[in-house]
Design a protein around this ligand. Structure first.
Ligand SMILES: C[C@H](N)C(=O)N[C@@H](Cc1c[nH]cn1)C(=O)O
Ligand SMILES: [Zn+2]
Ligand SMILES: [Zn+2]
Length: 478
């Protein structure tokens, strides 16, 4: 295997500019799934991927997912499914990624245009989607191309599933995966997802757990239209006042969730689990670097990791309809919608969490005795996932990491969510591995998202090497 991998690695290095150009083209398509007016761009990004895959000789389908729930005027973007190779003597690996991105505006504070890939003097490649998740998705395509150009046999059959709604809760994909588990995906021997990040900037990791995410809208309305605060202030119940008072009862400044009953749903910490945290290569300085400040909730590494991996958290994201522009407009907004999410962990069931949230929010609003109207709803939910890393899929990935990066990876969990991970595991019955490409400082979802050129290029080598080690692993149960 070593000479084959050497040729492959050399080819990746010599194609690096071409691979960066491919990422530049992808970043230039503003495929923001949460903004209705960007839907054509999300579709364009799916088509871009499909064209690139066809040019590489893969068989590709763009599968429609129907209308978007609660937004029937919008078609969901298609799922891009593809197959490269169908040799019955080879293993088949199913890879998943997403081609949609989080919103991004230059005015949010980006130093460069978010949809123009900009490489700085330290080889950091800035652009929305660079690390989440266009870089890793293109990593699979680049791995195919580098094998072809190096004349190295592709070691496995590759099934691909790339969706365009991950950042909006993977609408429609669960049913699609369940339907295709015994059809398009039936040959899969294992699943690999590259859509999370290292804990720091130096040490790679393999990930075996994710938190879930329940995303809520809390809408408060009353007046028929926005009002002049000089004329109507002191005469009408104000929706914004009600909303901020209700939202202030959800979480305290130390991150403690104040909704009664939530803490009781969380699986207790065992001694065995507690002993895992000490060995993880992570320091408070790693956290401060990626945080961009020292405003941590906890001062020690173990509790910080637990806060990210194994305890729930509640975040307040924003208020739709609130006046947020610079200046001093004296308006009373007529309708405001608070956006709040809870990251869920074992053993929190989504329906139980929703009931606790609805009861609490409605109860707190009732206490205000306001004549306004409040409605609270769950916009989308995605399940948490924890798997066993004792599987040949992880063993192969561990060997690949050692080969490419010269170090054994840490086994980590992740605080973010990839809603379909559990669905892939349950529907295919196969092991799922998370194999991250980017690092802790990549600022996914934030301003100035980036992927280091080194992580991209070595990451492409890693994905290819992983497939070679998969091909070598003896087949065991699962
Ligand atoms: C970890 C992954 N790259 C990611 O960013 N996932 C999103 C998915 C999401 C969006 N709404 C709910 N889940 C995340 O963790 O926010
Ligand atoms: Zn992602
Ligand atoms: Zn994301």
């Amino acid at each position: 295997m070593a000479p084959q991998l050497d040729s492959y690695f050399k080819q990746v290095d010599s194609l690096s500019d071409h691979f960066i150009e491919r990422l530049r083209k992808a970043v230039a398509i503003p495929s923001v799934s949460s903004e209705d007016e960007r839907r054509p761009d999300v579709v364009k990004m799916g088509e871009f991927l499909a064209e690139q895959l066809k040019a590489l000789g893969a068989s590709v389908e763009l599968r429609p997912l129907g209308k978007q729930p609660h937004k029937e005027h919008l078609d969901l973007p298609p799922v891009v499914i593809a197959r490269y190779g169908s040799d019955s003597n080879k293993r088949t690996i199913l890879v998943y990624g997403h081609y949609d991105v989080q919103p991004a505006l230059k005015e949010d504070g980006w130093a460069t245009d978010p949809f123009t890939l900009t490489v700085d003097d330290k080889d950091r490649m800035y652009g929305r989607g660079s690390t989440d998740d266009k870089g890793p998705v293109l990593g699979w395509l680049n791995a195919i191309e580098a094998h072809q150009k190096a004349g190295v046999d592709f070691p496995v059959n590759l099934l691909m599933c790339f969706e365009g709604m991950e950042e909006y809760g993977s609408e429609g994909l669960d049913d699609f995966i369940k339907d295709e588990a015994d059809k398009y995906f039936k040959d899969a021997d294992a699943v690999c997802i590259s859509d999370n990040y290292w804990l720091g900037t130096e040490k790679p990791c393999l990930t075996y757990g994710l938190r879930g995410c329940n995303y809520y809208s809390i809408e408060v309305s009353g007046p028929g239209q926005d009002l002049h605060s000089g004329v109507f202030g002191g005469t009408a119940h104000e929706p914004m006042t009600d909303l901020v008072r209700v939202m202030s009862t959800l979480v305290d400044s130390s991150g403690k969730i104040l909704i009664p009953g939530i803490a009781e749903l969380v699986a207790p910490l065992t001694d065995e689990e507690k002993s895992l945290y000490g060995d993880i290569a992570f320091t408070m300085d790693n956290l401060y670097e990626s945080l961009g400040s020292q405003t941590s909730l906890f001062d020690n590494k173990e509790r910080t990791l637990m806060g990210r991996w194994r305890y729930p958290s509640l975040s307040i994201h924003g208020i739709e309809g609130a006046y947020s522009a610079p200046g001093a407009k004296t308006v009373i907004p007529a309708k405001v919608i608070g956006k709040v999410s809870i990251r869920t962990v074992p053993n929190m069931e989504s329906a139980d969490v929703n009931k606790l949230v609805y009861d609490h929010v409605n109860g707190e609003f009732a206490k205000l005795k306001s004549k306004n109207k409040l409605t609270v709803s769950c916009q989308h939910d995605g399940k948490w996932w924890v798997a066993s890393p004792k599987h040949w899929n992880f063993t192969a990935a561990g060997k690949a990491v050692e080969h490419v990066w010269g170090v054994k990876p840490d086994l980590t969990r992740e605080g973010g969510s990839i809603p379909v991970t559990l669905t892939f595991e349950q529907a295919t019955g196969k092991n799922v591995l998370l194999l991250p490409m980017g690092s802790s400082t990549d600022a996914a979802h934030s301003i100035n998202e980036k992927l280091d050129k080194k992580n991209y290029i070595e990451g492409i080598k890693l994905l290819g090497a992983y497939l070679h080690y998969v091909a070598e692993e003896p087949m065991k149960e699962g």
